[in-house]
Design a protein around this ligand. Structure first.
Ligand SMILES: [Zn+2]
Length: 192
């Protein structure tokens, strides 16, 4: 999954990616939604999420309120489809229908298995709307801790698809950090 492991130092996503995650969160309502984050990494360890692949929550229905599970076969399929491209599965997203976007004890256990990945959580805290979005990772060294990843703004001038009239559905797309430069990232074009 990880071809260029490096410490994750920041993250960003295109506005429509944030919109898509928020739409998934709302559609799942009282259950956790989940899926894969696809994107690229800069040499500095900033992860740029360029698209998502929603995946069914394969936990039994009675557990989906506060658990999620991604079908590993689906993950393999997506990784295979990206094999010839500069993009890769860079992380996972899931939603917390009624809690803070902070990793639960179960989340932390799974994070341990996936070093160098970004864990985006969209949390509806006390009915907050839109959900709050934060991203986390777990450093792989022994005793590595879970830390929040600072957010950056996506590269400017990189508009993929028409900007939708979001009607307030922004997913909190604006990051507080620096604006990334597209040149920092490998091209998303397929190799020959
Ligand atoms: Zn969680």
């Amino acid at each position: 999954m990880i071809r260029t492991p490096s410490r994750v130092t920041g993250w960003a996503w295109f506005e429509e990616v944030g919109d898509a995650v928020v739409a998934e969160a709302r559609a799942a309502a009282a259950e956790e939604a989940c899926g894969l984050l696809v994107g690229r990494r800069s040499a500095e360890g900033v992860v740029l999420v360029t698209s998502i692949v929603p995946t069914p929550n394969t936990e039994p229905p009675e557990r989906r309120r506060n658990r999620f599970m991604i079908d590993p076969l689906r993950l393999l399929e997506v990784e295979k489809s990206l094999r010839e491209s500069e993009e890769e599965v860079v992380g996972f997203y899931h939603t917390h229908p009624d809690s803070e976007p902070v990793p639960s004890p179960v989340d932390r256990r799974f994070m341990e298995l996936w070093p160098h990945t970004v864990w985006v959580i969209a949390g509806f805290t006390r009915g907050s709307e839109p959900p709050r979005i934060r991203a986390w990772c777990r450093d792989p060294e022994p005793g590595g801790s879970v830390r929040e990843i600072p957010r950056a703004d996506p590269p400017t001038g990189h508009v993929r698809g028409a900007r939708r009239d979001s009607g307030g559905v922004t997913g909190g797309a604006k990051g507080p950090g620096r604006v990334l430069n597209e040149a920092e990232f490998p091209s998303g074009k397929r190799k020959k």
